[in-house]
Design a protein. Structure first.
Length: 264
């Protein structure tokens, strides 16, 4: 049976809401009720209808904007995603970004490999939505408002403790160090446990990215209702950042980011 684009997007989003670290998995019940629940079911219990709402937004901002054949849609999506998510070039690298966003070439390759139209459609949807979610996890606005203040203050204290000189670091330099640090632990060769914590942090950043769009789609009203939902997520993010601070040798990685920035 053929699966619609919206149904496939929902499946991808459920898979994306998979927490890798124990600290990242939210605790919503006092007993053992959540032991048999999947991660996305826990999030849905925390924020009702969130999967449906994110699915509608993701569809609207990608496939809902284009029409035509697979190749025609691929060309249109490549054009607007290249512009909208240009900030990913710096994060994942120029060549990788160009490869990820080249949906027309992917379509041509799948045709040469003799995949059926239905298989190509499925691969196309998965490729687009995965890149879209990658961008959502690393959204600049969410980073600036939600993550930067928390991690910047922690890095400031850490560097002052390491240097043991009490030397103040100016805010601009501190921001650069924080970005360098997050980029390093995001894409660098770090321990699996650390990668898991960072991935969970990104998952919650993605949730904030979508939740802040809910009023625009009339899924939720502005004001106290929106703040209450965001506060639930922020509380979990704070727990994850505190867990990240306790990670073995994390101060060394902060110092490495600082030294690397000094060399640039």
């Amino acid at each position: 049976m053929e699966v619609s684009i919206q149904e496939q997007i929902a499946q991808i989003i459920r898979y994306a809401l998979n927490f890798r670290s124990e600290i990242g998995r939210p605790k919503i019940f006092s007993g053992k009720d959540d032991k048999n629940l999947k991660d996305y079911e826990i999030i849905e219990a925390l924020i009702p209808e969130i999967i449906d709402n994110i699915t509608k937004i993701a569809y609207d901002e990608t496939f809902g904007q284009v029409s035509g054949s697979n190749l025609t849609r691929a060309m249109k999506i490549k054009t607007f995603m290249s512009k909208r998510y240009d900030n990913l070039r710096e994060i994942i690298g120029e060549k990788r970004f160009d490869k990820y966003v080249d949906f027309p070439e992917k379509i041509r390759t799948w045709r040469k490999q003799k995949f059926t139209k239905q298989q190509i459609e499925s691969k196309f949807v998965k490729s687009v939505i995965q890149l879209y979610l990658t961008a959502a996890k690393r959204d600049l606005a969410v980073f600036q408002v939600e993550l930067l203040p928390l991690i910047r203050e922690w890095i400031k204290v850490s560097l002052e403790s390491i240097n043991n000189k009490g030397t103040a670091i100016d805010p601009l330099t501190l921001d650069k160090i924080t970005r360098e640090f997050l980029k390093t632990i995001d894409l660098g060769r770090v321990e699996d446990d650390l990668k898991d914590i960072v991935r969970d942090l990104q998952t919650y950043s993605m949730l904030i990215f979508f939740i802040k769009k809910f009023p625009d789609y009339d899924y939720i009203a502005e004001g106290s209702e929106l703040v209450a939902i965001l506060d639930k997520i922020r509380e979990i993010i704070l727990q994850i950042v505190r867990g990240l601070q306790k990670f073995p040798k994390i101060d060394e990685k902060i110092l490495q980011s600082y030294e690397l920035l000094q060399k640039k």
